[in-house]
Design a binder for this molecule. Structure first.
Ligand code: ASP
Length: 308
């Protein structure tokens, strides 16, 4: 089969205030998203799998300090970086995820290793770190994740806690891809919610909540994770497409706006179907996302995140 190839990535939903976004920084986001989407697309173009493309794009975003994933992960209330990631192969319905990891440089690669090299779906904490080390993945000292800007962010939040609603929030990363054989995959990676406590885990590594793929669709989410878990957002979007024949746009809209937003949650989703139709929707002020669909030119969306 020679299906159309497609990849959509996101760099988180939320808001960014104009004063924090000088033109150089905006450019940096644009080039990071462009490079990541092109990396995944190049793999698809060479006949690589959707899983490989998703992993490659997400790894690039994890290595960038700009996003709340990998290198740029936010801090927990204890001043730690605890990272979550998941990947799902729609062709085989296999999935892997890691949660609350502290030393894995690329959590998405660890999630893929869980999927392909273990009999499990989800590993957490020290166990996930140990599994990654035993699998020969790149392990780093936790100080690798200590980025000054993120550290200041948590200090400021602690000082102001609740005092000001003007806190920028953005940066989880995700990807959905369709390869030449017609297979779909989805992946998501995050540092979770800034100031999270008590080993909190969000929707990202929960299959069916923040990440899901089957033979019909692939979905990656970002936003207020507790809502995405309770409304099983990624799976619900896929189920509406599977059982009700809704389009990517209709299914994504229904779950994001009629369920999550109505319940008081906010966030964004990227969804792709087996024909290469995509949706990139957000109920927050903005969402960073980029796409390369079939032979269409690369689309990168950064400006919608920035508010006056
Ligand atoms: N969904 C992520 C979480 O709740 C955070 C985000 O997407 O911004 O951990």
């Amino acid at each position: 089969m020679n299906a159309p190839i497609a990849i959509v990535i996101h760099g988180g939903s939320g808001r960014l205030y104009k004063e924090e976004m000088p033109p150089e920084k905006e450019e940096a986001y644009k080039s990071a998203l462009t490079a990541a989407v092109q990396e995944g697309y190049a793999i698809l173009k060479e006949g690589g799998t959707a899983v490989a493309a998703v992993e490659a794009s997400i790894r690039m975003l994890e290595d960038s300090p700009l996003f709340n994933a990998g290198k740029g992960a936010v801090f927990s209330s204890d001043g730690l970086n605890e990272l979550d990631a998941a990947i799902m192969d729609g062709k085989t319905m296999k999935a892997g995820s890691v949660a609350g990891t502290r030393t894995i440089r690329n959590p998405i690669t660890a999630a893929r290793a869980v999927m392909e090299q273990s009999e499990h779906v989800m590993l957490t904490g020290a166990g996930a770190d140990g599994f990654a080390a035993a699998s020969g993945l790149q392990i780093v000292d936790p100080s690798y994740f200590k980025i000054e800007e993120r550290w200041e962010q948590i200090q400021q939040l602690k000082q102001q806690e609740q005092a000001s609603g003007k806190q920028s929030k953005y940066g989880t990363v995700g990807a959905v891809a369709l390869d030449r054989s017609g297979s779909l995959a989805a992946g998501t990676s995050t540092g979770g919610m800034l100031n999270k406590k008590w080993g909190r885990i969000g929707d990202t590594p929960v299959i069916g909540a923040g990440t899901y793929a089957n033979q019909i669709s692939a979905v990656s989410c970002t936003g207020y994770g507790e809502f995405f878990i309770r409304y099983t957002v990624a799976r619900d979007i896929a189920a509406l497409m599977e059982y009700k024949n809704l389009s990517v746009e209709e299914a994504s809209r229904e779950v994001l706006f009629n369920k999550v937003t109505r319940a008081g949650g906010a966030g964004g989703v990227i969804t792709l179907d087996v024909k290469g139709n995509m949706a990139a929707l957000h109920s927050t002020e903005g969402m960073f996302w980029a796409s390369m669909i079939k032979d269409n030119p690369c689309q990168v969306n950064v400006c919608n995140m920035i508010i006056e």
